[in-house]
Design a binder for this molecule. Structure first.
Ligand code: ADP
Ligand code: MG
Length: 673
């Protein structure tokens, strides 16, 4: 692109920090503050505590010991020490000439040659130069961009930016928040009386104001995206209940109350002249697929097509198989579209979808390739939506410009996170599992007792049941992961010679993967050795035992999803978590949570507590810029922001627009997915 700045220019460095407009600079707030209002005598320096000193340079030299480095010897009236620079510029070297008078800021350490400061900040001063009256802000920065430059640019932006308040005075009073301009100025240029502790405490009213504003921007943007999509219009899909009724009559089970409720909510949305934007959330095994099938049939009854996209081939394949067995008896053709199809089959499927000959298409990312065009897509469903990037979700929806959308997720999200991240969606929750499931017993077993676990697997399989054996996770290397999977497979095959063992992993060709899964479904494979490819969605009710090796390496959400693969039939199921000692503190905490709870929401809450929200939902997945200042666990503030956002969009849209402009500038497009 022509306007892309070269990688090493100032503009590029600023862009890396997201700094473009004046408002961006104004909202680039200090990480912490340094006290340069005082000078400490060198003799009083304490190791590990940063302080400012005023010194004279005694000598300086470039030394090779063994790396090229700049060393300067400095002193004040009380003591002497060394300054050491492993990276330096000629300009810095020039300042450090004998006789120069410097103010330096840094931490003293005991070095090889006595006390030293490595890479102190410094500048030359004249005799008697006055000290700053205020604390010095320290900003988040990036390589090659110094604090002084950043400070200068921020000061300039502060002087000319529009700092007008986007909150009305009576609202500020009600929420007990200071004025925007005052809060921002205080944080960038603290008044002399402010102490470091007061400023760095995030409960300071100035920080509260910034946090509130940030959450408000998030809520405004999500709500606005919701209204914008709603305004676009969609075909109202009239229910005739011919197909949905037939499926309900043919199912071997009755819907749970939660499924019925969700299905009614969805059906009501589909009948509206604006697009449904709904999330169907339900723990693993709560029965989301059948609800999706009903929704798709509703679209088909109304004369439209429906598409279901899944994040992995295994899952897409399984959906395809399941839906085909449900729908084909009703005379509904289901098309199958994945990247691994032979070219000829793929083209045929694309042609049938394009001509409107097939009412339902199921597949992976292949569904959103440019070549795929639907004749009249009425409903787009995305399963395990958190597995897709926002852009991919967006792409499926665009296949039917006016299509209704349903996202499905088994990741239970704690309430405050849901309020925040799903403020742009309506949510249906399946909070009930189908009857007849016996709860899964979880056991923690030290690796040394692997023999007992093998015996247990053997016994279950001889009794006609099946088992999953999940290989240790090796996140750093896919090659190693593969090797481990193959070794685990070989080892188990040797240890359990009279059982039929299979192996499935991410590197298998799609057709081979499908063959292995089909053999497992048919109980031709009794023990399925697997990597986390089986983590989402896989449904084989006869499998009643799951062993997870090196369970201490897995995340909580992952363990919960994996465990959800068993306990799907009537048989008493168990999940055995093999762990290696010694356990780290975090691993121990995770295993304790998963051992004590099978409730996805409780587990998610603990996960959030252990990991923090930034990790819990990556920004890529949520499509939201991560919050820089606010904390999503601050439920009260999130709730306030949400209420204010609703009011503001109704009563003061121009304030809302100004607020969004300040906080998000032009970076809102991703939020609209
Ligand atoms: P998930 O919500 O994890 O996607 P699935 O849709 O795969 O769950 O459903 C899990 C299993 O429960 C499937 O075998 C499905 O056929 C079965 N199931 C779904 N709803 C019911 C119900 N109301 N009663 C009994 N079994 C059900
Ligand atoms: Mg599912």
């Amino acid at each position: 692109m022509a306007d892309q700045p070269a990688a090493n220019t100032l503009a590029a460095r600023l862009a890396r920090l997201g700094l473009r407009t004046d408002a961006d600079f104004v909202l680039h707030l200090p990480l912490r503050y340094e006290d340069e209002t005082r000078i400490t005598p060198l003799a009083d320096a304490r190791p590990g505590i940063a302080a400012q000193f005023e010194v004279a340079v005694v000598a300086s030299e470039i030394a090779y010991r063994p790396r090229r480095q700049l060393l300067a010897r400095v002193r004040d009236g009380s003591a002497a020490l060394s300054l050491r620079f492993l990276n330096f510029y000629p300009s810095q070297q020039k300042v450090l000439q004998p006789g120069a008078r410097l103010r330096i800021f840094g931490e003293v350490h005991e070095g090889y040659l006595g006390p030293e400061i490595i890479h102190p900040r410094f500048h030359a001063v004249g005799a008697g130069e006055p000290l700053p009256e205020c604390l010095t802000p320290v900003y988040p920065t990036t390589a090659g961009l110094g604090q002084a430059t950043l400070r200068r640019l921020i000061e300039r932006a502060l002087a000319r930016a529009d700092l007008a308040d986007t909150l009305a005075p009576e609202l500020r009073r009600r929420l007990d928040l200071p004025e925007f301009a005052a809060a921002i100025r205080l944080l960038h240029t603290p008044p002399p009386e402010m102490t470091q502790a007061a400023l760095e405490a995030r409960e300071h009213p100035a920080w509260r104001r910034v946090q509130f504003d940030e959450l408000l921007a998030q809520q405004l943007s999500l709500r606005r995206a919701y209204s914008a999509r709603r305004a676009r219009g969609a075909p109202p899909l009239a229910a005739t209940a011919t197909l949905t009724g037939a499926l309900l009559a043919a199912l071997p089970f009755r819907l749970t109350r939660a499924q019925q409720r969700a299905w009614h909510e969805i059906a009501a949305d589909l009948g509206q002249p604006h697009p449904m934007q709904r999330l169907l959330q339900g723990d693993v095994g709560s029965g989301k697929t059948v609800v999706a099938a009903l929704a798709m049939l509703h679209a088909v009854e109304a004369g439209y097509q429906a598409a279901l996209m899944a994040p992995t081939e295994i899952l897409a394949e399984q959906h395809y198989r399941k839906l085909a067995t449900w729908l084909q008896p009703l005379g509904i053709e289901v098309a199958w579209l994945t990247g691994s199809l032979r070219k000829r089959d793929k083209e045929a499927a694309i042609a049938r979808v394009g001509a409107g000959d097939t009412p339902i298409a199921i597949g992976t990312h292949a569904l959103i390739e440019d070549k795929v065009e639907f004749a009249r897509l009425g409903l787009a469903i995305v399963d395990e939506q958190h597995r897709f990037g926002v852009r991919q979700r967006l792409a499926l929806k665009e296949k039917g410009t006016f299509a209704h959308q349903l996202a499905m997720s088994a990741t239970p999200i704690p309430r405050t996170l849901a309020m925040s991240y799903y403020a742009d969606l309506d949510v249906s929750v399946l909070d009930e599992l189908p009857p007849g499931r016996s709860p899964v017993t979880t056991k923690l077993v030290a690796e040394g007792r692997r023999g007992e676990v093998l015996a247990r697997v053997h016994q279950a399989c001889r009794g006609g049941r099946q088992a999953y054996w999940v290989c240790p996770l090796i996140e750093e290397s896919e090659t190693l992961q593969l090797k481990t999977a193959e070794e685990t497979y070989a080892r188990l095959a040797a240890e359990l010679p009279d059982l039929r063992i299979g192996l499935v992993h991410g590197r298998l060709k799609a057709a081979d993967k499908a063959a292995v899964m089909a053999a497992f479904v048919a109980n031709e494979i009794q023990v399925l050795v697997a990597t986390t490819v089986i983590e989402v969605g896989v449904d084989v009710p006869n499998a009643s035992l799951m062993v997870i090796e090196h369970a201490e390496r897995f995340g909580l959400a992952q363990l919960h999803q994996l465990r959800g693969r068993v306990g799907r039939g009537a048989a008493q199921s168990a999940c055995i978590l093999l762990y290696a000692q010694p356990l780290g503190e975090l691993a121990r905490a995770r295993l304790k949570v998963i051992y004590e709870s099978t409730d996805g929401f409780a587990i998610a809450r603990e996960d959030l507590r252990l990991r923090g929200p930034g990790e819990f939902i990556g920004s890529r997945q949520s499509g939201l810029p991560l919050l820089r200042y606010a904390d999503l666990e601050d439920a009260a503030l999130v709730e306030q922001a949400r209420t204010v956002a609703e009011d503001m969009l109704q009563a003061a849209p121009e304030r809302a627009a100004a607020h969004l402009q300040r906080w998000l500038g032009g970076r809102e497009e991703l939020l609209k997915a």
